[in-house]
Design a protein around this ligand. Structure first.
Ligand code: PA5
Length: 443
C-alpha cells in the first residue's frame, strides 16, 4: 500500500500565485516528466537517481547490512570521509532519526564522525584526539576519487589507522564508495583490498543519498534502511505515475518555486520548526543550490531554524528587502509529547498553557509566524512531514530530489552538472603549481 508522509500546503500562496498561473505550466511539466521518464532530456545521463529506490536489489541491501553489522559489532567509532553529496545525505538522515542527545547511553551503535569536508588543522587535531582511544572504522566516499578535501582527509586518517592497527588490519577496517571503474580512490581500494561499494555512474553526488553513500552510514547508525527505501520507493511510484499538478506534490512545489522566482522572490528560506531537520536543510541547500544556480538563474537556498531564529532573523524576514519566500518544514507527529505542568502560584504567568503540549504551542508559533510573514509580504508555503521515521525520511529524500530536478528543468538549466564548482579548484591548484595541471588548466 502506498502511503504519503509528505504534504504540501500552498494555501498561503494564494494571493501571490494563482491557480491559473500554476496550471499554465501543466503542459511543460508533462513534457519534462516524459523526458525524465524516457531519459531523453538534458543531463539524462545523470538520471539514475530517478529509479534508484525501485532498482536497488535485495543483494545490495544485504551486502550493506552485513558490512554495517560487522562495523557495529567491532567498532565504537565510524568516520565518514566525504564532502557535499558524499556525506551530507548520510549526516542528514542520521541526525534526523537519532536522539538529539547523542550520549553513549542513548546511542545504539558506533558514534558517527565526519571528515574530508574541510581543510582545518584544528578540526583534524580535535578529531584525532577524540578518536585516540576508540575502536574505529573508516568509510571513504568520493565519486570522482579526486576531490581534494576527502583525499587529504583520507591520507591523514588512513595513515593514522595504519599506525594504530598495522596496514593489514587497517585495510580490513576501511570501506570505500567510489566510481565502479575509475579514479584514484578506486585504484587504492583495489590495491589495498578494501571492501568497496559502487556509486552508479548515472547518479551525481548530491543525488546519491539512496546509494551505499548514504545507506551504509545510516545502517551503521542503526537506521532501518529497508523501511527508508520503502518510503523512497512509495514516493517514487507516486511521483513517476502522474505528472498532474493536482496529484504530484513535488511538481506542484516546483512550479510554485519557479513562479515565485519569476516574480522576484529569488531567495527561498527553508524554515523548520524542529532542530531534527537541521542537516536535512543542509542537504537540501546543496541539492537545490548546485542543481539550480547556473546560467544566471536559480533560487538562492537559505535555511533557518524556528522558533530559535525568529529571535535573530525574524525582524529581517518581517521587514527586510522583499526578495524572499519561505518554505516551512513542520512535523505532523512528535515521538513523545511533552506537556506543560501546572504551577500552583502561577509565578511565571504561564498557567494558561497548563496541560498543553509543546507541539501544540509550536504549532501556534508556526501559524502565527506564517500569518505575520505573509502580511509582511514574505509569501510562504508548508511542507509537512508525518514523523521522524525511516519511512518518512525515504519519502523526504525522493520528494526533494524530484522537485529540485523539475525546478531546474523549468528554469531551463541542466540540474545535474556543476560547472561553477570547478573554478575554485582550478585556481587553488594553480596556486600550488600542482604537477600535471598547468596554470589555467582544468582539473
Ligand atoms: O553533487 C556533487 O556532485 C558534488 O557536490 C559532489 O558530491 C562533491 O563535490 C564531492 O565529489 P566527489 O564525490 O567526487 O568527491
Amino acid at each position: 500500500m502506498r502511503m504519503s508522509s509528505i504534504r504540501v500546503d500552498i494555501e498561503n500562496l494564494k494571493n501571490v500565485v494563482s491557480d491559473d498561473e500554476r496550471f499554465s505550466f501543466q503542459d511543460q511539466v508533462d513534457a519534462i516528466h516524459r523526458g525524465m521518464e524516457n531519459r531523453s532530456g538534458t543531463g539524462a545521463e545523470y538520471l539514475g537517481w530517478a529509479d534508484l529506490p525501485s532498482g536497488t536489489s535485495d543483494d545490495l541491501l544485504k551486502r550493506i547490512e552485513n558490512s554495517a553489522s560487522t562495523i557495529r559489532e567491532r567498532c565504537d567509532a565510524f568516520i565518514q570521509i566525504g564532502i557535499g553529496g558524499s556525506y551530507l545525505g548520510a549526516r542528514a538522515g542520521i541526525s534526523f532519526l537519532s536522539p538529539l542527545i547523542a550520549s553513549a547511553a542513548l546511542r545504539k551503535g558506533p558514534e558517527i564522525f565526519y571528515a574530508g569536508h574541510n581543510i582545518s588543522s584544528d578540526y583534524y587535531s580535535d578529531l584525532l584526539a577524540a578518536l585516540s582511544d576508540r575502536d574505529c572504522a573508516l568509510f571513504v566516499v568520493s565519486k570522482s576519487g579526486t576531490t581534494l578535501e576527502p583525499a587529504l582527509g583520507f591520507r591523514i586518517l588512513r595513515q593514522w589507522m595504519e599506525n594504530k592497527y598495522g596496514a593489514a588490519e587497517a585495510s580490513r577496517r576501511i570501506v570505500a564508495a567510489t566510481d565502479p571503474s575509475k579514479g584514484v580512490l578506486k585504484t587504492i581500494a583495489n590495491e589495498q583490498g578494501y571492501e568497496t561499494f559502487d556509486i552508479p555512474q548515472d547518479v551525481g553526488g548530491r543525488f546519491s543519498v539512496l546509494t551505499p553513500v548514504g545507506l551504509l552510514p545510516m545502517a551503521v547508525a542503526g537506521v532501518d534502511i529497508h523501511s527508508l527505501l520503502q518510503g523512497a520507493r512509495d514516493m517514487e511510484a507516486r511521483l513517476r505515475a502522474d505528472s498532474s499538478l493536482e496529484s504530484n506534490p513535488a511538481y506542484n512545489y516546483a512550479v510554485c518555486r519557479h513562479l515565485l522566482r519569476r516574480k522576484g522572490k529569488t531567495t527561498e528560506i527553508l524554515s523548520s520548526f524542529h532542530p531534527a531537520f537541521a542537516y536535512l536543510q543542509e542537504w537540501w541547500k546543496q541539492l537545490a543550490g548546485e542543481s539550480e544556480g547556473k546560467d544566471g538563474k536559480g533560487i538562492f537556498p537559505a535555511t533557518l531554524e524556528f522558533t530559535t531564529d525568529l529571535h535573530s532573523m525574524g525582524q529581517w524576514i518581517q521587514e527586510g528587502e522583499r526578495f524572499i519566500f519561505e518554505t516551512f518544514l513542520i512535523l505532523d507527529q512528535s515521538r513523545k509529547a511533552i506537556a506543560v505542568s501546572e504551577n500552583q502560584n502561577d509565578e511565571d504567568g504561564l498557567n494558561f498553557l497548563t496541560g498543553k503540549t509543546l507541539d501544540f504551542i509550536n504549532e501556534k508559533a508556526y501559524k502565527g509566524t506564517a500569518k505575520a510573514h505573509s502580511e509582511g509580504l514574505a509569501p510562504n508555503l508548508t511542507i509537512a512531514v508525518k514523523d521522524r521515521s525511516a519511512y518518512s525520511l525515504g519519502q523526504f529524500f525522493y520528494f526533494f530530489q524530484r522537485a529540485v530536478a523539475m525546478t531546474g528543468y523549468l528554469d531551463g538549466v541542466n540540474p545535474f552538472d556543476q560547472p561553477g564548482v570547478e573554478l575554485y579548484k582550478k585556481n587553488m591548484f594553480a596556486l600550488f603549481n600542482k604537477p600535471g595541471t598547468a596554470k589555467g588548466q582544468s582539473q
